[in-house]
Structures are given as C-alpha cells and as structure tokens.
Design a protein around this ligand. Structure first.
Ligand SMILES: Nc1nc2c(ncn2[C@@H]2O[C@H](COP(=O)(O)OP(=O)(O)OP(=O)(O)O)[C@@H](O)[C@H]2O)c(=O)[nH]1
Ligand SMILES: [Mg+2]
Length: 404
C-alpha cells in the first residue's frame, strides 16, 4: 500500500481502531492525517494496523493477538517507533513499550513533538514545554528507563530527558516556573495588544495547512512562513492591512487539528487570546481536502471551547483550484449521491443556501475570486468601523463611489 521509505528516516508504524462511531473509511482518513503528522515530525510510515473493537483494551489498547502480530512485524522490519491514533493511558503506554520493545507514542505526543520542533520564539517554546510537562506528569513513572537505548528522535524533543528521568517534584516545580514565566509574558502581550488602540482586529482561524499564512501574505503583501506541512505557523503574526482605504489589523496564528491536546489549548491561551480579542474571524477551509466538513466541525468546536463561537465571521473556502468531486456512477445503486459528488458550482450554491455565515470561494495561490474576498472583508470591517467610530467622518470609498 505504501511506498518503501528512505532508510534514514525514523521507521514507524501506525495503529488505529475501527469502532461503531468510527467506521473503516473514517479510521483510514484519521490514519492519513496521523501519517501526515508523522512525516511532518520526520518519520516514515512503513505500515498501518487497524483493529475492530468498540473500546480500546485497557492494558494494551488493541487486543492481545493483535499486539503479538504488531510485535512480530516490528521485529522483522527494524521499526523503531509505534504511533497510536488515540491518547494512550500511562499503563497502556508502559505495557506496550515493554511488549513491543520500541518507542511508543500517541497522537498527542506527536503533535506536542511537532510543536516543540516548530517553536522558534522563547514564548512559543515556553508554551510547548508547559504542555509537554503537563502531559508527562501523570505518565512519569518508569516511562523512560527502558528507552535509554533509543534517545532522540520523534517525541523526545522539548524538555530535556535529564529532567524527565528525575522525579515528579522537579517536573512540578518546572511547571510552576513555566507558568510564572508565561504570566509575565502574557501581561506584556496584553499591554501590546492594548497599545494597538481601537483599530479593527481580524483574526485568521482554521484547520492546519488550509492556507491561512498564504492568505495573510497575499492580503498584506508580507512574507509569513507558509509550507505544505502541518503547523507551519506557531507564533502569531499581526499585520496592518488596508483594503480600499480602510485600515485594520490582521493576525495569523496556530492552526487547529482534530483532538488538539487539551494541554496545548490551555498553554496556548495567550496565543488564542488573539482570536478571542478579535472583532471578526476569517475561517479558512481547505475545500480540496476530502474531510473539509469534519475540519470545519473541529474548528467550530475549538472556537466554542475558547468562547468565540458567536463572533461575526466570514468563511473562506480556499484551494478551489484543487477541488475534485468524487466520481459518481449513477448505475451503481449501492452509492447514494451526496455532497462529496457535487461540482464546485453545486457545492457553492448548497453551502450558500444553508449557511448563516457569509462565504467566499477562492484560490489564494491562483488568485481566483480574491477581489470578492477583499470586498466581503471590506464590508465586514466597515460594519465594525462604523459602530466603533460613530463620530468619525471617515469617507468609505464605496460611499464615495455611490455619490459619483
Ligand atoms: N492548491 C492550492 N494550494 C494552496 C492554496 N493556498 C495555499 N496553498 C498551499 O497550502 C499549503 C499550506 O499553506 P499555509 O499557508 O502554510 O497554511 P496554514 O493554514 O498557514 O498552515 P499552518 O500554519 O500549518 O496551520 C502550502 O503548501 C500552500 O502553498 C490554494 O489556493 N491552492
Ligand atoms: Mg500558517
């Protein structure tokens, strides 16, 4: 199924469950995402394993027979790392690393590891380290001793191994220290945000890798780092943007993902404050991704969690240049036609009819419908501007146009 991978990458296998809520297709989609995360972290996926079971096994996550099967594969193929799609308990992690005799990670580990690799500023690094410590604390006992052979690589970056190997007290102290450090930076950042005055603030939000930074660069003509990897952006960037004479602040920030570890959401509180304090949200969606609707749901759930679900917003369906509907065969009576088979035009009209939030369909890289996007943005910012500066006789360019 998968291409043989370069030998110098960390050789990994993935493990996921098929449950009554998560059928084989869904499970496969989640494993696709886990594979992308693994590649982003610097690993090569050699094989995937799935098992049908409604609830994970309390001791080994998958069943005993399956564990044996995986163990054999690991031994015969020089696998160094097994990655599980769901969060493992401390006991499952311990048992699995003993039986499989390799590094065992879960989705949360992997996301935290990518964040640790990506964190460039001291602020981002502090937030990630806090999240890692919070994740490690309940899992400390006996976790690292048998891993001495395999230091380094995925899941081993961030807080140094030396700290982890000592006891919980030290990690607890470290958590206290990191929290205090973050509090100081948070205060400074709140002041900075306060200094931005009454300018209208717009924040880009969305699943990871949907094109938020690309959009930011295009609209503000700046050079924010964008690439085809998950979590390319960790630190928030704010730019002043002027659309048709109307100035506002646009911020680009960390992308969301399904099952974003709670530790991360909490420690990235201040980064997310940028979203919380925004007047308006641009929810960017990658329309070319087969799971874009699930991604939208995940983003909306996180927005609700951080108390931002009632903010005015604009949905930007991006990457329409790459949109490909699933082929539909009307002679095959086993398949019902659904939105996955819609042409772009059909999809557009069905979303427009259904959604309460305004939406535009664009391709930022191909610059398709960008004028429409700017117009929608302009109208939204203008509404906020009018209420914020009621006595300011700012002449809105479109009012001028209508006077001519
Ligand atoms: N085909 C196509 N690709 C696009 C478009 N817009 C962005 N991309 C690509 O999508 C990838 C991700 O873009 P980013 O701007 O880094 O995405 P992001 O949402 O900022 O991602 P994170 O910071 O990782 O959360 C890059 O490879 C972009 O070139 C588009 O309109 N069409
Ligand atoms: Mg980005």
């Amino acid at each position: 199924m998968l291409e043989p991978q370069a030998k110098d990458l960390e050789q990994t296998i993935l493990v996921g469950l098929i449950t009554s809520e998560q059928d084989a297709d869904k499970s496969n989609e989640y494993l696709d995402e886990l594979e992308f995360l693994t590649q982003t972290a610097g690993g090569a996926v050699i094989k995937r394993f799935t098992q049908k079971m409604d609830r994970p096994n309390a001791t080994t996550f998958v069943g005993t027979g399956k564990v044996e099967f995986i163990k054999n594969f690991i031994e015969n193929n020089d696998i160094t790392t097994a990655i599980f799609d769901d969060e493992l308990t401390a006991a499952q992690e311990r048992n699995l690393s003993k039986i499989l005799n390799c590094k065992v990670l879960d989705r949360t580990n992997l996301i935290l590891d990518i964040f640790a690799q990506r964190a460039k500023t001291s602020y981002a690094r502090t937030q990630v380290e806090l999240a890692q410590c919070e994740y490690l604390l309940p899992r400390l006992r006996g976790m690292w001793t048998h891993l001495e052979r395999q230091k380094g690589g995925i899941g081993m970056r961030g807080p140094g191994e030396t700290e982890i190997e000592t006891d919980r007290r030290i990690v607890r102290d470290r958590i206290g220290l990191l929290k205090a450090k973050l509090k100081t930076i948070d205060k400074q950042m709140a002041v900075q945000r306060g200094n931005r005055g009454k300018m209208v603030r717009v924040a880009l939000v969305g699943y990871t890798n949907v094109g938020k930074s690309t959009l930011m660069n295009s609209v503000s003509k700046s050079e924010v780092f964008a690439e085809n990897k998950l979590f390319a952006t960790l630190d928030t960037t704010v730019r002043k943007v002027v659309v048709k004479n109307l100035p506002f602040l646009l911020s680009d920030t960390v992308g969301f993902i399904r099952k974003l570890p709670t530790q991360l959401v909490e420690s990235f509180k201040s980064t997310l404050d940028e979203v919380r304090e925004a007047d308006f949200l641009i929810h960017v969606v990658d329309l070319s991704h087969p799971n874009f609707q699930d991604h939208m749901d995940s983003v909306n759930t996180i927005l609700t969690d951080i108390g931002c679900d009632d903010k005015p917003s604009l949905v930007v369906f991006n990457k329409i240049d790459n949109y490909k509907p699933e082929p539909f065969d009307d002679t095959d009576l086993t398949v019902e036609r659904n939105s996955k088979h819609f042409s772009l035009t059909e999809l557009q009209s069905s979303w427009m009819a259904r959604m309460a939030t305004p939406a535009v369909f664009v391709s930022v890289t191909e610059q398709i419908n960008m004028e429409q996007l700017k117009e929608a943005l302009y109208q939204a910012v203008k509404q906020i501007h009018i209420t914020r500066f009621p006595y300011n006789h700012f002449l809105y360019p479109d009012d001028l146009e209508s006077l001519v």
